[in-house]
Design a binder for this molecule. Sequence first.
Ligand code: SF4
Length: 376
Amino acid sequence: MSASHKQQIQQLAASHGFALCAFTRPQVNAIDQQALDRWIDAQMYGDMDYMAEEVRTFRRKNPADMLDKIQTVISLGMPYSAPEDVDVSPQQGVIASYARGDDYHELMKKKLKALARDLDTLLGEHGQRVYVDTAPVLEHALAAKGGLAWQGKHTLSINREYGSWFFLAELFTTANIAPDTEATLHCGTCIDCIPACPTGAIVSPYIVDARLCISYLTIEFKGFIPENLRQPMGNRIFGCDDCQMVCPWNSKVEAPQNDFLKPREDTFLPDLAMLLSLNDEGFRQMFRKSAIKRSKRAGLLRNVCIAMGNSGDPGFVPQLLDILNDAEPLIRGHAVWALKQLAGNDEKVQQYIQVLKDNEQNKDVLAEIASFERKT
Ligand code: SF4
């Protein structure tokens, strides 16, 4: 393909919202493969067992296995707005900026497919696959190889123009397009993101232990959050932006002109009490089009209980007592922890729990709560 074809592809990509577009061959560098091996060996993937499996079967390390006769990986970046610097009250929960708009998976998949159709028209029909975060693809390594971005010490991709506020996606194709030049690293001597992580998840430059990362804990992890990590979570109820907020490369980034993923009103600092009142249907309705549905109601309300426990606001106590009757053990267990933070010595809370204990119908609930307390 000629240089003008590349330019045309970049223009088409931009018209679909992919302001960043770079080309590379479908191989990742040995150094990236080795880093992944070390991360898996140290079991830093937490409960994401599928990752270890994908490494064992080489799928994650070898992009060429994903498409027969693949020649080129087109890495694409869609910028989104950075979080605004606003005051947050203890009654509100914080959602990572990328999840405040509509679900990026769905929107980007549609746009990738439209771009793939455009490429068929431009280059003639070729084998193609499109990916957004859903396949075993080393997307940061491929983006770096094509020069789209470099990997920061917090392990996210950074671009000079958009900082780290963009989503990555890939279009694999059998079309033979000349690769771009690999990115060089530009963190220099900076280490600002490492101490900024509330739970110390950046265990050394370029290594994040998912088991400590608030993004993993609040979204992917489905169990009881380790007790020592609950206070540092503060009021972050879905993901975390802290390592990106302090990065100097993000300090001068402007909001993208075409923000297809504008924050929704209901996910901009939502009211914790409102979230804890959501039943299954309410949760489905509210987050039908949002990436937040990934945490499921139990996961989100678990996180809300922790945020309430960290709020210092005893006004949450009646609602937390009410939720002790919820059918979901994960929510009840964390509500108990929150009650202890807010009113551990409160006579009324003790009395309420005693009433629950005395009620024959609640024996099971209390037995479960006691066992969660032992576990945490
Ligand atoms: S905060 Fe500093 S070390 Fe961390 S990613 Fe940004 S430039 Fe790199």
